[in-house]
Design a protein around this ligand. Sequence first.
Ligand code: ATP
Ligand code: MG
Length: 345
Amino acid sequence: MSLKIIIFLCSMQSFTCVVAMTCQNKMNETIQQKSRWHKDFSELKLEQVLLKSKIQKTVSLKEHLESKGFEYDAASHVYLVDMGNGVFAVKRDNGNEEGVAEVSAYQLNNFLGLDLVPPTVQRKIDGKWYTLQFFVEGNPKLMSEKTTLSDIQSAVSKKDFSDMNIFSFVIGQYDNHKNNMLVDKNNRLTMFDFEVIRIIQHVQYGGFPFLRRGNWVDVKTNLDGLNSFPFDKFSTLNDPTLEELREVFSPYWAESLILSFYKYIRYMPNKELNYVRWRGFIWVQNKISSRRVAVTDYTENPSLKGLDNLSLKKLEAIFSKPVFQKRHIELILQRATILKNALKK
Ligand SMILES: Nc1ncnc2c1ncn2[C@@H]1O[C@H](COP(=O)(O)OP(=O)(O)OP(=O)(O)O)[C@@H](O)[C@H]1O
Ligand SMILES: [Mg+2]
């Protein structure tokens, strides 16, 4: 080997070394930066703590909050775990599919730079999968069962509230009741509980979504040929009896879903149930008194720009199969476009 080649190879090696060290430093910097969630730890560092740290103690979240004097309605499958280093996490025994939805929501939130969903991971504990999510301490003044969504809106910034609506619309989080949000001690808004984003849904900006639930049935309707969802062609059942509900919804729905949905109708304004039969499915509008349509009046919101960077490829990396299918991803992209177009007007 000539001297020139040896010198060239040596300099390449040290160049690779410098690049590797720079990357490592960058990684360390990212880990060491603080975040909205923790005064010393970045999101990445918190993810690592959630994934790897030894769990010191587990208590029921409901009992913990009640012991602090908050009248709280946290579900029994939600726990508070001490991860050491002063980091606490919410552990949810919510099954793999819902866990995937929680983590995907966190990742999309990161991709859009929204800072609303706490670091969330899936972790196997004693042979079973759970989600672990950074525990956010709430503003004690807004931790009452009497807290309303308007109280939350008044407490947080215009941008946070607008971001919540942008994110809800795009990701399909229609279950946006006040207990799926939290105002933290610095009056920043926090979102969690994204299990419903797994449901295929069509929504118009300013409206409640139509949800595809139940089975595909080989029944043709005169709406099937329409290219886009027939939003204005829905039928309505007014305060239906169980028999009337069965007549329309079977065979699309199993009897158990019909029975549980029958109880749900009382939460719909005037007990009116809107539905459409389209392309082999029955689509039911989730118009519920305690939910709000996801709209924003803050059209100058800088977060809207983040939507321009979404693509099929990026979303496929965030929303993985088999929980999420191509249709979910296409609809997320479609909703991002609907939102941007609606706000341009
Ligand atoms: N990361 C978090 N930080 C702080 N509190 C949290 C966090 N995640 C969840 N909680 C609390 O736990 C409660 C229940 O969590 P979650 O909504 O995921 O469970 P759930 O079973 O869906 O409850 P529900 O059916 O009432 O919506 C929330 O209302 C909230 O008060
Ligand atoms: Mg919830």
